[in-house]
Design a binder for this molecule. Structure first.
Ligand code: ATP
Length: 301
């Protein structure tokens, strides 16, 4: 994940994730929902480059690495203090009290508002990158505690595991060891969805569905059963808010995949494939008929 380029510059690659299950069991007094979600990192990456700068200077330059034909919305990627990269850098300065500066180049490939957690992954990458560049000496558990303040998915990316069950509001991580690579075809339609809006429209489960069966199937490499156990409580509210998600569900129902699901709070939709060849072949088919971005991906190793 972290590469030192030279003494005053380093680079971090930050992956996207897919949720293979996501249950919402209750709204908490703090306004968050109680979750149980199984997440896997996939090989679509943003890259962050950190270059030492005079103390007090926090610079960010976004580079959009996806061509215009892909219906993404580069305009909604904040360039200022709302960007999670700058929020992570500011939080590190505030909590450690050090006097440092940095110029950050963000090479963006993970689609926005897609349920792929690109922003959270960038925030995790920034904590790791600046901890190294600025020689802060913070432990993984320190970084994780800071990460949870920036977003519920951030600790997952800091855990540096391919897969994990995430509980609480998502910040309590139980790593899962995958016995086999997972191959997916992923479609990000033109529309995006706001995570907050999808949760507002979600009815928490009376009897929550546990991810333990899915974990067992993953651990014994039974992909057929994994496909049958994919589940997302946020799918129904997302479909109500966005036609493109229900259209994708219909489309995937007619594809020969092992199972299919919306990731996170949408709008990305994925199919679990038999192997990499099938993922590439289905991506080709979907690209020719479907507007949006289409990826053939696999779980990170
Ligand atoms: P999640 O699955 O965690 O809900 P998401 O994939 O739906 O995440 P992101 O693209 O990570 O959503 O972020 C949502 C919003 O956060 C974006 O639309 C954007 O306005 C804002 N944002 C701030 N910083 C970043 C960043 N570095 N990368 C992406 N989005 C960012």
């Amino acid at each position: 994940m972290l590469r030192k380029l030279h003494a005053d510059c380093c680079e971090v690659s930050t992956p996207a994730k897919l949720n293979l299950s996501l249950e919402v069991s209750a709204q908490r007094p703090d306004g968050y929902h109680e979750l149980e979600t199984l997440m896997v990192t996939i090989n679509v990456f943003d890259t962050l480059r950190f270059t030492q700068a005079p103390a007090g200077h926090l610079g960010l330059c976004n580079h959009w690495c996806v061509s215009r034909q892909h219906h993404t919305t580069p305009d909604s990627l904040p360039t200022g203090p709302d960007n999670l990269v700058l929020q992570a850098a500011s939080l590190l300065l505030r909590t450690t009290g050090v006097s440092r500066g940095v110029d950050i180049d963000l090479f963006k490939r993970i689609p926005l508002a897609a349920g792929l957690a690109g922003g959270s992954s960038d925030a995790a990458g920034t904590l790791v990158g600046l901890n190294s560049l600025w020689n802060l000496g913070l432990s993984l558990s320190d970084l994780s505690e800071l990460g949870a303040r920036l977003g519920s998915d951030v600790p997952f990316f800091l855990a540096a595991t391919t897969a994990a069950i995430c509980r609480g509001r998502g910040e309590i991580i139980e790593p899962i060891r995958l016995t086999t690579s997972l191959h997916f075809v992923v479609v990000k339609p033109a529309a995006g969805l706001s995570t907050a809006q999808v949760f507002q429209n979600c009815q928490p489960a009376q009897v929550p569905i546990s991810s333990s069966g899915l974990v067992r199937s993953l651990q014994c490499g039974d992909l057929g059963r994994v496909g049958l156990q994919l589940f997302n409580r946020l799918g129904a509210p997302a479909e109500k808010l966005c036609d493109q998600v229900s259209q994708l569900r219909d489309r995937f129902t007619r594809l020969p995949v092992l199972g299919h699901l919306m990731s996170g709070s949408g709008t990305s939709y994925f199919g679990l494939c038999h192997n990499s060849q099938q993922a590439r072949q289905l991506a080709g088919r979907l690209r020719s008929t479907h507007p949006g971005q289409v990826f053939a991906v696999q779980s990170c190793v």
